[in-house]
Ligand binder design. Structure first.
Ligand SMILES: [Zn+2]
Length: 435
């Protein structure tokens, strides 16, 4: 049924289907198109930009509107006025606006579960990349770097089309996959970069590669097997990054806080005492770290520890660790705190000096457990009890694949995008997308 230019009120009156839930067709995977999850919500308001919105159910255009349309998730469907369905498709001759962002292509509103719906943008891969590349790399950068980023982002999209996140969408619009903000992320430079590489992806043995990228590596990239896989990947090996940007950082976390984080993630059971780097990869990153704890030692990947601490705090795995002991002032503060909170009597004979007093209290109230050897050796406790760990490092990101600052440096020094890609993804082929 087709209704022209009527207000929302009138449209509701003319609904062809006025009751019952339709089993609508969800957004399907089609060649050269990508389905991007924008957000999950209880409701969404979709605005026309210029021209009318057309709303489809079961591949039929059911109505048009030049007014905003509100879709709401109910118990078992999505409703728009009295109209109910599993999904709605909204199209526009120009753009569709949701919140402050404008989108190319079509919008699908799909029932997720009780009181929850998915908002999905389905559009051509090239149109999608207009909104991605400028979110992943500054749009003001040299166009050859932007072209390399375009190929990397297109290759990533091709991989996600083969292994979609969900039966309704291929990928998320956040750092979970690639940041996408619709037309807000577009700029003329980016559109040139995407257009001049149209359809090109990197393949290895005929398949799109896992095109990892990150901000900066500090001179050398990391082999994949220390971060994402258990065995080497021929195109994700350690590579020199001659024009990388230096970016130093440091981060301090208390032993208690890190101990708690590791217990929450069920990495350790007891109390963390110390951390040692036991294997560095050829780029100087911490491939393996040993956690020394009250219930034994455990070796985990440096990349895993980074994610537990937070990738924004521990910016890379290229670091050294300093163990900072309790200062005298901290010991006194701790002693006062424990005394105030403790209902236990402190045996007078153990109060010989400050350290032994703290040691006894800690053992009695079990507020902060320390190594048994430290509990019985005041001198060692005094010297060795770790209050916090300071990680001093360089680089930002996991270090595998293309270094964006390095790509920028190569572009400024005359490298074309294909040579930039060859530097970070050796043994791959640049070819046209076949999806
Ligand atoms: Zn680099």
């Amino acid at each position: 049924m087709y209704i022209k230019k009527l207000s929302i009120f009138c449209i509701v009156l003319f609904f062809f289907f006025s009751s019952g839930v339709l089993n609508a067709n969800p957004p399907e995977d089609t060649p050269n198109m990508i389905r991007v999850h924008l957000f999950t919500s209880k409701s969404v308001t979709v605005y026309p930009c210029s021209g009318e919105l057309s709303v489809f159910v079961q591949d039929e255009e059911n109505f048009k509107s030049s007014e905003p349309i509100i879709f709401k998730a109910e118990e078992d469907c999505i409703s728009f006025g009295k109209y109910k369905s599993d999904s709605f498709k909204i199209t526009s001759p120009t753009y569709i606006k949701i919140g402050s962002n404008k989108y190319r292509g079509d919008i699908f509103v799909v029932f997720n579960k009780k009181n929850s719906l998915f908002v999905i943008n389905k559009l051509g891969i090239e149109d999608y990349l207009y909104g991605v590349v400028g979110s992943e790399m500054p749009a003001s950068w040299n166009v050859e770097a932007l072209k390399a980023q375009s190929v990397a982002a297109r290759t990533y999209s091709a991989v996600k089309k083969k292994s979609p996140r969900n039966k309704y969408f291929d990928l998320f619009s956040t750092v979970m996959d690639q940041v996408y903000t619709g037309c807000s992320g577009e700029s003329p430079n980016v559109i040139v970069a995407v257009s001049e590489t149209a359809g090109e992806i990197l393949t290895y043995e005929g398949n799109p590669i896992n095109c990892y990228f990150y901000s900066s590596c500090d001179g050398k990239t990391s082999p994949c097997e220390n971060v994402f896989s258990s065995s080497p990947v021929p195109y994700l090996v350690s590579r020199d990054c001659p024009y990388c940007m230096k970016s130093d950082w440091s981060y301090t976390i208390t032993r208690n806080e890190l101990s708690m984080l590791l217990r929450e993630k069920k990495i350790i059971n007891g109390e963390l005492y110390s951390i040692k780097i036991v294997k560095q990869d050829e780029s100087g990153r911490a491939a393996l770290v040993k956690l020394i704890t009250s219930t034994g030692n455990k070796i985990i990947r440096g990349a895993e520890l980074r994610l537990i601490i937070g990738a924004g705090k521990q910016k890379s795995t290229k670091y050294t660790i300093s163990e900072i002991p309790l200062t005298k002032a901290q010991k006194i503060a701790l002693l006062e705190k424990v005394k105030a909170e403790s209902k236990n009597d402190i045996p007078a004979e153990s109060v010989i000096n400050l350290d032994s007093e703290i040691n006894s209290i800690l053992r009695i109230v079990n507020l902060i457990s320390l190594p048994v050897s430290l509990n019985t050796n005041n001198e060692e406790f005094s010297d060795s009890a770790v209050y916090s760990f300071t990680f001093e490092g360089s680089g930002w990101g996991h270090g595998v694949g293309m270094c964006q600052w390095g790509a920028y440096g190569l572009a400024k020094n005359g490298y074309t995008y294909d040579k930039i890609l060859e530097n970070y993804y050796p043994n791959t082929v640049l070819e046209q997308l076949k999806f």
